[in-house]
Design a protein around this ligand. Structure first.
Ligand SMILES: *Cc1c(COP(=O)(O)O)cnc(C)c1O
Ligand code: SF4
Length: 462
C-alpha cells in the first residue's frame, strides 16, 4: 500500500464548510420536565412524588366520559365540552385517560392538540366511514386456531393475553367495548384465563415453526407481575420459541409504572434475563405516536430499562392531524432515538369504524417516509407499512402491485403469507377528488373501481 500525497498548492481553495446547525433541528432533545401537571386545576396541589406514583396515576385515571368532561370544566370552552359530548355519543368507546395524559394536552388549543385528537373524540370533526370498511370481517378469526392466538405468518404468532389497556385509543378497533366491536377477535372473550392461556401455549408447543411470539391484547401493562412472569416462563420453556415481545402502550401513557411499580418492572427484567441465559430474545414493544408523548419522565423510565438491558421498540400509527407531516414524524423518530427506543414500524391507519377523520392515504405515508429516511441512523428509521385488510399482514407501503391515486385503491400481494391473493387498501374519501367521491357514493361503481385496480395489478405481476 502506498499513500498518495497530494502537492500542496499555494492557493488551495478552502475545504467546503458545513454551515452551523440550526438549533431548531435539535429541539427533539428538549424534553418536558418540571410540574407541568399543576396547570390542570384538579392537579394543582399534586406533588412530584404523587405524580410519579403509578398507584396514584391508576387511581386517578378517568374511565367515564362524564367524569372527563367534568375535569375539563374551566379548562376549555363550553362549546368544546358540547362537541366532545357529541363525540362520545357518536363513538361509544371505552374511555381511559391517565392524569399524565390529560396533563400533556394543550387545553388552550384542544382542537389541534395531537394527544386530544387520539383519545378524545369531538362530534364536529367526525367523518362518514369509507363504504369498503366492513371488508375485513372474519379474517383474524380465520387465522386464530385457538381463541386469542392468531397464527397468520409462518414463524410468528400473536397471543392476546387479555382485553384491557392502560388507555383506550380512538384509532384502535379494540378501543370499543367487547360486543360493540365489529372485529371478530374482539367477540371472543379475551379475559385473563389460565385455561385459555394453556390452550394457546399447547398450540404453540405443537407447532415447530413458531419461533416468535407477540404478547399483546389488550396490553401487557395490565398484567400483574406474576402473570407476566407466568407467560414469560411458559413461552421460554418451549424449545422452538426464540423471540418474544411484550407489547404495551404503557410507556406512552404512564411511564411512571416502570419507575415505581417495582414488582412489574422486576418481573419483566427477570424474564429478559432468563431469556438471555437461554439465548432467547425478550423485548418490549411500545406505541408512541407523537413527540409530545415523550417527556423527561419517559426518559427516566427508558433509561431504567436500558440500564437493565431491555430493548424497546416502537410502533406508531400514522394519523391525520397527529403525525402526518414530515416535521412531526421526523421529530418523533429523533426523540425516540434520543431515549433509546427503536422506531420499528409506522402503520398506515387501519380501516376502523368511526375514525375516518384520522386516516391518511398510502400516498401520504410514502411522502412522509421519504422525508424521514436519511434524517437519522438507518436502524432507527421505521418501516412504513400497511396492514392489508383481509389478513395479508403488514406490507411495505411501497410494495403495491398497483396504486390508483385517483380512486385511492392500492393492491398488495403477500406471497409468503397468503400466496395468490390480492389485498386492497382504500384511502380515505376526504383525500380524493370530488368527482371520485361521487363515484364512491354510488354503490354500483365500487366493483368497477375495485376490478379495474385488480386488473391493473394482474398485468404487472411477475
Ligand atoms: C404484527 C403481527 C405479528 C408480528 O409481525 P412483525 O412484522 O414481526 O412485527 C405477528 N402476528 C400478527 C397476527 C400480527 O398482526
Ligand atoms: S393501547 Fe393498543 S390495543 Fe389498547 S386501545 Fe390503544 S391501540 Fe388499542
Amino acid at each position: 500500500m502506498s499513500a498518495v500525497s497530494l502537492p500542496v498548492l499555494p492557493h488551495a481553495p478552502a475545504a467546503p464548510k458545513r454551515s452551523p446547525v440550526d438549533p431548531a433541528t435539535l429541539a427533539y432533545r428538549e424534553l418536558r420536565r418540571g410540574p407541568f401537571w399543576q396547570r390542570i386545576p384538579a392537579y394543582k396541589d399534586v406533588t412530584e412524588a404523587q405524580f410519579l406514583d403509578h398507584n396514584w396515576q391508576a387511581k386517578h385515571t378517568i374511565t367515564k366520559s362524564s367524569k372527563l368532561l367534568e375535569a375539563l370544566q374551566g379548562l376549555v370552552s363550553p362549546a368544546f365540552i358540547e362537541d366532545a359530548e357529541l363525540g362520545f355519543q357518536k363513538a361509544p368507546m371505552s374511555i381511559r385517560v391517565s392524569p399524565y395524559l390529560l396533563s400533556l394536552i394543550d387545553w388552550e388549543a384542544p382542537y389541534e392538540d395531537p394527544l386530544r385528537i387520539q383519545f378524545i373524540p369531538v362530534g364536529s370533526r367526525l367523518q362518514p366511514d369509507h363504504p369498503k370498511l366492513d371488508l375485513d370481517s372474519l379474517h383474524e378469526q380465520a387465522d386464530a386456531p385457538v381463541p386469542g392466538l392468531t397464527h397468520r405468518y409462518p414463524d410468528k404468532a400473536l397471543f392476546l393475553a387479555l382485553d384491557t389497556c392502560p388507555v383506550y385509543c380512538r384509532f384502535c378497533t379494540r378501543s370499543y367495548a367487547v360486543g360493540v366491536d365489529t372485529d371478530e377477535v374482539e367477540k371472543v372473550s379475551l379475559k385473563v384465563s389460565n385455561e385459555r392461556w394453556a390452550r394457546a401455549f399447547d398450540y404453540i408447543r405443537s407447532r415447530p415453526e413458531l419461533e416468535d411470539i407477540v404478547i399483546s391484547g389488550g396490553d401487557a401493562y395490565q398484567l400483574r407481575a406474576a402473570q407476566l412472569e407466568e407467560i414469560g416462563e411458559a413461552l421460554l420453556a418451549i424449545p422452538q420459541v426464540r423471540r418474544m415481545r411484550f407489547a404495551t402502550k404503557g410507556p406512552a401513557v404512564m411511564p411512571q409504572k416502570i419507575l415505581t411499580d417495582d414488582a412489574w418492572t422486576d418481573a419483566l427484567t427477570r424474564i429478559v434475563e432468563k431469556g438471555r441465559k437461554l439465548h432467547k430474545e425478550v423485548v418490549l414493544h411500545t406505541h408512541f405516536n407523537h413527540p409530545n408523548e415523550i417527556t423527561g419522565i419517559t426518559e427516566d423510565a427508558m433509561n431504567k430499562l436500558l440500564e437493565r438491558g431491555i430493548t424497546v421498540r416502537n410502533q406508531s400509527v400514522l394519523q391525520r392531524g397527529v403525525n402526518d407531516s414530515p416535521e412531526a414524524m421526523t421529530m418523533l423518530v429523533k426523540r425516540l432515538g434520543h431515549v433509546n427506543v427503536h422506531p420499528y414500524y409506522v402503520y398506515v391507519h387501519d380501516l376502523v369504524t368511526g375514525v375516518e377523520d384520522l386516516r391518511t392515504s398510502v400516498d401520504t405515508a410514502i411522502f412522509i417516509e421519504k422525508h424521514v429516511r436519511g434524517s437519522t441512523a438507518g436502524f432507527n428509521t421505521p418501516l412504513f407499512v400497511v396492514d392489508a385488510p383481509g389478513g395479508g399482514g403488514k406490507r411495505d407501503v411501497h410494495s403495491f402491485e398497483w396504486y390508483d391515486r385517483e380512486t385511492g385503491i392500492s393492491v398488495y400481494q403477500a406471497p409468503s403469507v397468503k400466496p395468490g391473493q390480492f389485498f386492497l387498501y382504500f384511502d380515505p374519501l376526504h383525500q380524493l377528488s370530488t368527482s371520485v367521491q361521487r363515484r364512491w357514493a354510488d354503490a354500483s361503481e365500487h366493483e368497477v373501481m375495485v376490478q379495474s385496480a385488480i386488473a391493473k395489478a394482474k398485468e404487472r405481476i411477475r
